[in-house]
Design a protein around this ligand. Structure first.
Ligand code: GDP
Ligand code: MG
Length: 390
Protein backbone atom coordinates (compact mmCIF):
# COMPACT_ATOMS: atom_id res chain seq x y z
CA UNK A 1 0.00 0.00 0.00
CA UNK A 2 1.43 3.39 -0.93
CA UNK A 3 2.41 5.52 2.04
CA UNK A 4 0.95 9.01 2.16
CA UNK A 5 3.64 11.54 2.92
CA UNK A 6 3.35 15.30 3.44
CA UNK A 7 6.06 16.99 1.47
CA UNK A 8 8.79 18.55 3.65
CA UNK A 9 8.28 22.30 4.13
CA UNK A 10 4.50 21.89 4.12
CA UNK A 11 4.77 19.77 7.34
CA UNK A 12 5.25 22.84 9.60
CA UNK A 13 2.35 24.62 7.94
CA UNK A 14 -0.04 21.68 8.60
CA UNK A 15 1.04 21.51 12.29
CA UNK A 16 0.44 25.25 12.67
CA UNK A 17 -2.98 24.95 11.03
CA UNK A 18 -3.90 22.08 13.39
CA UNK A 19 -2.92 24.08 16.49
CA UNK A 20 -4.89 27.09 15.28
CA UNK A 21 -8.04 24.98 14.73
CA UNK A 22 -7.72 23.43 18.23
CA UNK A 23 -7.26 26.90 19.76
CA UNK A 24 -10.33 28.26 17.99
CA UNK A 25 -12.45 25.29 19.07
CA UNK A 26 -11.35 25.75 22.70
CA UNK A 27 -12.32 29.44 22.60
CA UNK A 28 -15.69 28.52 21.11
CA UNK A 29 -16.42 26.00 23.89
CA UNK A 30 -15.42 28.47 26.62
CA UNK A 31 -17.52 31.23 25.06
CA UNK A 32 -20.60 28.99 24.72
CA UNK A 33 -20.23 27.72 28.28
CA UNK A 34 -20.24 31.25 29.67
CA UNK A 35 -23.32 32.34 27.79
CA UNK A 36 -25.21 29.16 28.75
CA UNK A 37 -24.81 29.71 32.46
CA UNK A 38 -25.61 33.37 31.98
CA UNK A 39 -28.93 34.78 30.99
CA UNK A 40 -29.59 33.51 27.50
CA UNK A 41 -31.30 30.20 28.34
CA UNK A 42 -33.12 31.40 31.41
CA UNK A 43 -36.59 32.69 31.79
CA UNK A 44 -38.66 34.89 32.42
CA UNK A 45 -39.32 38.54 31.96
CA UNK A 46 -35.81 39.47 33.13
CA UNK A 47 -34.82 39.93 36.73
CA UNK A 48 -37.52 42.45 37.59
CA UNK A 49 -40.93 41.05 38.36
CA UNK A 50 -44.00 42.64 39.87
CA UNK A 51 -42.52 46.10 39.42
CA UNK A 52 -40.12 46.72 42.25
CA UNK A 53 -38.90 43.34 43.46
CA UNK A 54 -35.60 42.09 42.17
CA UNK A 55 -35.13 38.35 42.42
CA UNK A 56 -32.89 35.75 40.84
CA UNK A 57 -34.10 34.63 37.49
CA UNK A 58 -35.85 31.28 37.52
CA UNK A 59 -34.03 28.35 36.07
CA UNK A 60 -36.64 27.06 33.67
CA UNK A 61 -36.78 27.77 29.97
CA UNK A 62 -39.30 30.45 29.17
CA UNK A 63 -42.59 29.00 27.96
CA UNK A 64 -43.34 30.49 24.59
CA UNK A 65 -46.39 28.44 23.58
CA UNK A 66 -49.95 29.69 23.60
CA UNK A 67 -51.41 30.37 27.05
CA UNK A 68 -54.91 30.94 28.31
CA UNK A 69 -55.92 34.11 30.14
CA UNK A 70 -55.55 32.37 33.49
CA UNK A 71 -54.10 32.94 36.92
CA UNK A 72 -53.62 31.31 40.27
CA UNK A 73 -55.40 33.14 43.04
CA UNK A 74 -54.70 32.99 46.76
CA UNK A 75 -56.47 34.83 49.53
CA UNK A 76 -54.07 35.05 52.44
CA UNK A 77 -52.97 36.89 55.53
CA UNK A 78 -49.37 38.02 55.94
CA UNK A 79 -49.11 35.46 58.73
CA UNK A 80 -49.95 32.70 56.21
CA UNK A 81 -46.68 33.28 54.32
CA UNK A 82 -44.67 30.34 55.56
CA UNK A 83 -47.49 27.81 55.36
CA UNK A 84 -48.21 29.07 51.86
CA UNK A 85 -44.67 28.70 50.53
CA UNK A 86 -44.56 24.88 50.37
CA UNK A 87 -47.97 24.99 48.68
CA UNK A 88 -46.71 27.37 45.99
CA UNK A 89 -43.53 25.35 45.56
CA UNK A 90 -45.52 22.19 45.08
CA UNK A 91 -47.78 23.79 42.46
CA UNK A 92 -44.77 25.28 40.68
CA UNK A 93 -42.79 22.02 40.70
CA UNK A 94 -45.69 19.83 39.63
CA UNK A 95 -47.24 22.17 37.08
CA UNK A 96 -46.61 25.85 36.78
CA UNK A 97 -42.91 26.02 35.99
CA UNK A 98 -43.86 24.49 32.63
CA UNK A 99 -46.45 27.15 31.74
CA UNK A 100 -45.60 30.10 34.00
CA UNK A 101 -49.08 31.38 34.74
CA UNK A 102 -49.51 34.50 36.87
CA UNK A 103 -50.41 34.46 40.53
CA UNK A 104 -52.76 36.95 42.19
CA UNK A 105 -52.59 37.35 45.97
CA UNK A 106 -55.45 39.07 47.79
CA UNK A 107 -55.56 40.29 51.38
CA UNK A 108 -57.76 42.43 53.61
CA UNK A 109 -54.57 44.18 54.77
CA UNK A 110 -51.59 45.45 52.75
CA UNK A 111 -49.19 42.62 52.01
CA UNK A 112 -45.84 43.13 53.70
CA UNK A 113 -42.68 43.67 51.67
CA UNK A 114 -41.49 40.29 52.96
CA UNK A 115 -44.62 38.52 51.76
CA UNK A 116 -44.28 40.04 48.30
CA UNK A 117 -40.51 39.51 48.03
CA UNK A 118 -40.61 35.88 49.10
CA UNK A 119 -43.65 34.78 47.11
CA UNK A 120 -42.39 36.58 44.00
CA UNK A 121 -39.20 34.55 44.21
CA UNK A 122 -41.23 31.31 44.16
CA UNK A 123 -43.60 31.97 41.28
CA UNK A 124 -42.50 31.48 37.67
CA UNK A 125 -45.20 33.76 36.27
CA UNK A 126 -45.94 37.37 37.20
CA UNK A 127 -47.10 38.03 40.76
CA UNK A 128 -49.72 40.63 41.64
CA UNK A 129 -50.82 41.81 45.08
CA UNK A 130 -54.26 43.20 45.74
CA UNK A 131 -55.87 44.91 48.71
CA UNK A 132 -59.52 44.05 49.34
CA UNK A 133 -61.68 47.18 49.62
CA UNK A 134 -62.76 47.77 53.24
CA UNK A 135 -66.46 47.69 52.35
CA UNK A 136 -66.08 44.12 51.04
CA UNK A 137 -64.51 42.86 54.27
CA UNK A 138 -67.06 43.94 56.84
CA UNK A 139 -70.72 43.43 57.75
CA UNK A 140 -72.93 44.66 54.90
CA UNK A 141 -75.26 47.49 56.06
CA UNK A 142 -78.38 45.29 56.12
CA UNK A 143 -76.92 42.81 58.63
CA UNK A 144 -78.13 43.00 62.23
CA UNK A 145 -74.83 42.70 64.12
CA UNK A 146 -76.47 41.68 67.40
CA UNK A 147 -78.31 38.85 65.76
CA UNK A 148 -75.04 37.78 64.09
CA UNK A 149 -73.27 37.84 67.47
CA UNK A 150 -75.95 35.59 68.99
CA UNK A 151 -75.31 33.03 66.25
CA UNK A 152 -71.59 33.10 66.88
CA UNK A 153 -72.09 32.50 70.61
CA UNK A 154 -74.47 29.65 69.94
CA UNK A 155 -72.14 28.04 67.40
CA UNK A 156 -69.25 28.32 69.83
CA UNK A 157 -71.32 26.46 72.44
CA UNK A 158 -72.23 23.86 69.83
CA UNK A 159 -68.53 23.35 69.03
CA UNK A 160 -68.91 24.20 65.33
CA UNK A 161 -65.57 24.78 63.62
CA UNK A 162 -64.93 28.52 63.04
CA UNK A 163 -68.44 28.99 64.50
CA UNK A 164 -67.47 32.06 66.55
CA UNK A 165 -65.15 33.63 63.99
CA UNK A 166 -65.98 36.94 62.30
CA UNK A 167 -63.05 36.97 59.80
CA UNK A 168 -63.87 33.42 58.69
CA UNK A 169 -67.33 34.68 57.73
CA UNK A 170 -65.87 37.66 55.86
CA UNK A 171 -63.59 35.19 54.07
CA UNK A 172 -66.47 32.87 53.09
CA UNK A 173 -68.54 35.77 51.79
CA UNK A 174 -65.58 37.21 49.89
CA UNK A 175 -64.70 33.86 48.28
CA UNK A 176 -68.36 33.28 47.46
CA UNK A 177 -69.21 36.47 45.71
CA UNK A 178 -66.45 39.03 45.58
CA UNK A 179 -62.95 37.73 44.78
CA UNK A 180 -63.63 37.61 41.05
CA UNK A 181 -64.65 41.28 41.09
CA UNK A 182 -61.23 42.43 42.27
CA UNK A 183 -59.66 44.65 39.56
CA UNK A 184 -56.60 42.35 39.39
CA UNK A 185 -58.87 39.50 38.26
CA UNK A 186 -60.21 41.49 35.32
CA UNK A 187 -57.30 40.38 33.13
CA UNK A 188 -58.32 36.73 33.31
CA UNK A 189 -60.89 34.21 32.09
CA UNK A 190 -59.79 31.30 34.31
CA UNK A 191 -58.42 30.81 37.81
CA UNK A 192 -56.98 28.10 39.99
CA UNK A 193 -57.45 28.67 43.73
CA UNK A 194 -54.60 27.70 46.03
CA UNK A 195 -54.55 27.79 49.83
CA UNK A 196 -51.80 27.48 52.44
CA UNK A 197 -50.87 23.93 53.50
CA UNK A 198 -51.98 22.23 50.30
CA UNK A 199 -49.82 19.93 48.24
CA UNK A 200 -49.97 18.43 44.75
CA UNK A 201 -48.84 14.82 44.73
CA UNK A 202 -48.52 14.13 40.99
CA UNK A 203 -46.93 15.72 37.93
CA UNK A 204 -49.34 17.55 35.66
CA UNK A 205 -47.91 17.45 32.17
CA UNK A 206 -50.57 19.35 30.28
CA UNK A 207 -52.05 22.83 30.47
CA UNK A 208 -55.11 22.40 32.67
CA UNK A 209 -56.56 25.75 31.63
CA UNK A 210 -56.37 24.80 27.97
CA UNK A 211 -57.98 21.49 28.90
CA UNK A 212 -60.85 23.34 30.58
CA UNK A 213 -61.36 25.49 27.53
CA UNK A 214 -60.96 22.77 24.89
CA UNK A 215 -63.34 20.39 26.67
CA UNK A 216 -65.97 23.03 27.51
CA UNK A 217 -65.47 22.71 31.26
CA UNK A 218 -66.46 25.55 33.57
CA UNK A 219 -65.84 24.19 37.06
CA UNK A 220 -63.40 21.54 38.25
CA UNK A 221 -62.72 19.94 41.62
CA UNK A 222 -60.59 17.31 43.32
CA UNK A 223 -62.59 16.56 46.49
CA UNK A 224 -66.24 16.46 47.30
CA UNK A 225 -67.57 15.99 50.80
CA UNK A 226 -70.61 16.61 53.01
CA UNK A 227 -71.04 19.96 54.75
CA UNK A 228 -71.68 20.37 58.50
CA UNK A 229 -75.42 20.82 58.58
CA UNK A 230 -75.20 23.22 61.52
CA UNK A 231 -73.49 25.84 59.34
CA UNK A 232 -76.11 25.98 56.57
CA UNK A 233 -79.47 25.32 58.21
CA UNK A 234 -81.45 27.58 55.86
CA UNK A 235 -79.20 27.61 52.77
CA UNK A 236 -81.30 25.13 50.83
CA UNK A 237 -84.64 26.77 51.68
CA UNK A 238 -83.18 30.10 50.57
CA UNK A 239 -81.94 28.44 47.37
CA UNK A 240 -85.37 26.91 46.70
CA UNK A 241 -86.94 30.35 47.03
CA UNK A 242 -84.39 31.62 44.53
CA UNK A 243 -85.17 28.81 42.09
CA UNK A 244 -88.86 29.65 42.30
CA UNK A 245 -88.17 33.34 41.71
CA UNK A 246 -85.61 32.75 38.93
CA UNK A 247 -86.41 29.52 37.08
CA UNK A 248 -84.76 31.08 34.00
CA UNK A 249 -81.32 30.60 35.59
CA UNK A 250 -81.52 26.82 35.94
CA UNK A 251 -79.61 24.86 33.31
CA UNK A 252 -81.70 22.34 31.39
CA UNK A 253 -79.25 19.51 31.94
CA UNK A 254 -78.23 20.55 35.45
CA UNK A 255 -76.80 18.29 38.15
CA UNK A 256 -79.49 18.60 40.81
CA UNK A 257 -79.21 14.86 41.40
CA UNK A 258 -75.70 15.34 42.80
CA UNK A 259 -76.83 17.76 45.51
CA UNK A 260 -80.27 16.36 46.28
CA UNK A 261 -81.46 12.77 46.73
CA UNK A 262 -85.17 13.67 46.57
CA UNK A 263 -85.45 15.76 43.44
CA UNK A 264 -84.70 19.05 45.14
CA UNK A 265 -86.81 18.75 48.26
CA UNK A 266 -83.77 18.60 50.57
CA UNK A 267 -80.03 19.22 50.20
CA UNK A 268 -77.86 16.14 50.73
CA UNK A 269 -74.92 18.35 51.89
CA UNK A 270 -72.65 17.23 49.02
CA UNK A 271 -70.30 19.95 47.83
CA UNK A 272 -66.99 20.42 46.08
CA UNK A 273 -64.23 21.35 48.47
CA UNK A 274 -63.45 24.87 47.30
CA UNK A 275 -59.91 25.17 48.69
CA UNK A 276 -59.13 23.69 45.27
CA UNK A 277 -61.02 25.16 42.34
CA UNK A 278 -60.14 25.50 38.70
CA UNK A 279 -62.95 27.40 37.08
CA UNK A 280 -64.13 29.87 34.53
CA UNK A 281 -64.53 33.37 35.91
CA UNK A 282 -67.47 33.75 33.54
CA UNK A 283 -69.42 31.34 35.72
CA UNK A 284 -69.30 33.77 38.65
CA UNK A 285 -69.63 36.85 36.43
CA UNK A 286 -72.84 35.49 34.94
CA UNK A 287 -76.25 37.05 35.60
CA UNK A 288 -77.42 33.77 37.14
CA UNK A 289 -74.66 33.72 39.73
CA UNK A 290 -74.80 37.46 40.45
CA UNK A 291 -78.52 37.16 41.14
CA UNK A 292 -77.94 34.07 43.30
CA UNK A 293 -75.16 35.65 45.36
CA UNK A 294 -77.21 38.81 45.93
CA UNK A 295 -80.18 36.69 46.99
CA UNK A 296 -78.08 34.76 49.53
CA UNK A 297 -76.34 37.90 50.73
CA UNK A 298 -79.66 39.62 51.36
CA UNK A 299 -80.89 36.60 53.31
CA UNK A 300 -77.90 37.12 55.62
CA UNK A 301 -76.85 33.50 56.11
CA UNK A 302 -73.15 34.31 55.77
CA UNK A 303 -73.55 35.99 59.19
CA UNK A 304 -76.71 34.58 60.81
CA UNK A 305 -75.40 31.10 60.08
CA UNK A 306 -71.93 30.33 58.69
CA UNK A 307 -72.52 29.61 55.03
CA UNK A 308 -69.32 28.48 53.38
CA UNK A 309 -68.18 29.40 49.88
CA UNK A 310 -67.86 25.69 49.12
CA UNK A 311 -71.58 24.78 49.34
CA UNK A 312 -72.53 28.13 47.76
CA UNK A 313 -70.24 27.61 44.74
CA UNK A 314 -71.17 23.95 44.46
CA UNK A 315 -74.91 24.49 44.52
CA UNK A 316 -74.51 27.23 41.91
CA UNK A 317 -72.34 25.06 39.65
CA UNK A 318 -74.76 22.16 39.98
CA UNK A 319 -77.79 24.30 39.14
CA UNK A 320 -76.52 26.81 36.58
CA UNK A 321 -74.14 24.65 34.53
CA UNK A 322 -74.76 21.82 32.17
CA UNK A 323 -73.57 18.72 34.02
CA UNK A 324 -70.96 18.08 31.31
CA UNK A 325 -69.27 21.36 32.27
CA UNK A 326 -68.27 20.08 35.73
CA UNK A 327 -65.04 18.10 35.85
CA UNK A 328 -63.31 15.90 38.40
CA UNK A 329 -59.50 16.05 38.27
CA UNK A 330 -58.84 12.48 39.34
CA UNK A 331 -55.11 12.16 38.78
CA UNK A 332 -53.55 15.30 40.22
CA UNK A 333 -53.07 13.97 43.71
CA UNK A 334 -54.00 16.68 46.19
CA UNK A 335 -53.78 17.32 49.90
CA UNK A 336 -55.56 19.87 52.04
CA UNK A 337 -55.56 19.00 55.72
CA UNK A 338 -56.87 16.54 56.73
CA UNK A 339 -57.72 14.79 53.44
CA UNK A 340 -55.63 13.24 50.70
CA UNK A 341 -56.49 12.55 47.09
CA UNK A 342 -54.11 9.88 45.86
CA UNK A 343 -54.93 8.13 42.55
CA UNK A 344 -55.79 4.54 43.42
CA UNK A 345 -54.73 3.21 40.01
CA UNK A 346 -51.02 2.35 40.21
CA UNK A 347 -50.45 3.04 36.49
CA UNK A 348 -51.65 6.60 37.02
CA UNK A 349 -49.42 7.07 40.06
CA UNK A 350 -46.30 5.75 38.36
CA UNK A 351 -46.90 7.65 35.12
CA UNK A 352 -47.30 10.92 37.02
CA UNK A 353 -44.59 10.34 39.65
CA UNK A 354 -47.10 10.64 42.50
CA UNK A 355 -45.51 10.72 45.96
CA UNK A 356 -48.57 9.67 47.96
CA UNK A 357 -49.90 6.52 49.57
CA UNK A 358 -53.12 5.23 47.92
CA UNK A 359 -54.18 3.89 51.33
CA UNK A 360 -54.67 7.52 52.39
CA UNK A 361 -57.01 8.32 49.49
CA UNK A 362 -60.30 9.89 50.52
CA UNK A 363 -62.01 10.00 47.12
CA UNK A 364 -63.99 6.76 47.36
CA UNK A 365 -64.71 6.78 51.10
CA UNK A 366 -68.30 6.95 52.26
CA UNK A 367 -68.00 10.52 53.60
CA UNK A 368 -66.85 11.69 50.17
CA UNK A 369 -69.46 12.48 47.53
CA UNK A 370 -67.28 11.60 44.56
CA UNK A 371 -68.71 8.11 44.14
CA UNK A 372 -72.08 9.80 43.79
CA UNK A 373 -70.65 12.22 41.22
CA UNK A 374 -69.48 9.28 39.09
CA UNK A 375 -72.76 7.42 39.55
CA UNK A 376 -75.16 10.24 38.68
CA UNK A 377 -73.09 11.09 35.61
CA UNK A 378 -72.71 7.49 34.44
CA UNK A 379 -68.91 7.70 34.61
CA UNK A 380 -66.49 4.81 34.93
CA UNK A 381 -64.64 4.70 38.24
CA UNK A 382 -60.89 4.00 38.19
CA UNK A 383 -59.41 0.51 38.43
CA UNK A 384 -59.44 -0.74 42.03
CA UNK A 385 -61.60 2.06 43.47
CA UNK A 386 -63.71 -0.35 45.53
CA UNK A 387 -60.60 -1.51 47.41
CA UNK A 388 -60.37 2.03 48.80
CA UNK A 389 -64.04 2.53 49.63
CA UNK A 390 -65.48 2.09 53.09
N1 GDP B 1 -56.55 37.89 54.11
C1 GDP B 1 -57.17 36.96 54.84
N2 GDP B 1 -57.22 35.70 54.40
C2 GDP B 1 -57.83 34.77 55.15
C3 GDP B 1 -58.43 35.09 56.39
N3 GDP B 1 -58.96 33.95 56.92
C4 GDP B 1 -58.70 32.97 56.03
N4 GDP B 1 -58.02 33.45 54.96
C5 GDP B 1 -57.59 32.71 53.77
O1 GDP B 1 -58.75 32.09 53.26
C6 GDP B 1 -58.49 30.77 52.86
C7 GDP B 1 -59.31 29.78 53.70
O2 GDP B 1 -58.89 29.85 55.03
P1 GDP B 1 -58.43 28.56 55.84
O3 GDP B 1 -57.92 29.03 57.16
O4 GDP B 1 -57.50 27.74 54.98
O5 GDP B 1 -59.83 27.82 56.03
P2 GDP B 1 -60.19 26.26 55.94
O6 GDP B 1 -59.47 25.70 54.74
O7 GDP B 1 -61.67 26.27 55.78
O8 GDP B 1 -59.73 25.66 57.24
C8 GDP B 1 -56.98 30.58 53.00
O9 GDP B 1 -56.39 30.87 51.75
C9 GDP B 1 -56.60 31.60 54.05
O10 GDP B 1 -55.27 32.01 53.88
C10 GDP B 1 -58.36 36.45 56.86
O11 GDP B 1 -58.85 36.82 57.92
N5 GDP B 1 -57.72 37.33 56.03
MG1 MG C 1 -57.59 25.92 53.99
Amino acid sequence: MAEFKIPQGKERFVKLLGLTVIGLLTLLVIFNGTSFSGSSSLSSGGAIKSGKYKVDEIKYPKYTGKKEKATFVTLARNSDLYSLLPAIKSVEDRFNHKFQYDWVFLNDEEFTEEFQRVTTSMVSGKTKYGLIPKEQWTFPPHIDKEKAAETRNQMKEDGIIYGDSIPYRFMCRYESGLFYRHPLMEDYDWYWRVEPDIKLYCDIDYDVFKFMKDYYKKYAFTFSIKEYVGTIKTLWDTTKEFMTAHPEHLAKNNMLDFISDDDGDTYNLCHFWSNFEIASLDLWRSKAYSDYFDWLDQAGGFFYERWGDAPVHSIAAALFLDRSEIHHFDSMGYYHPPFHQCPVDEDVRLNHKCDCNPKDDFTWKSYSCTTKFYTVNGMTKPKGWHLHAG
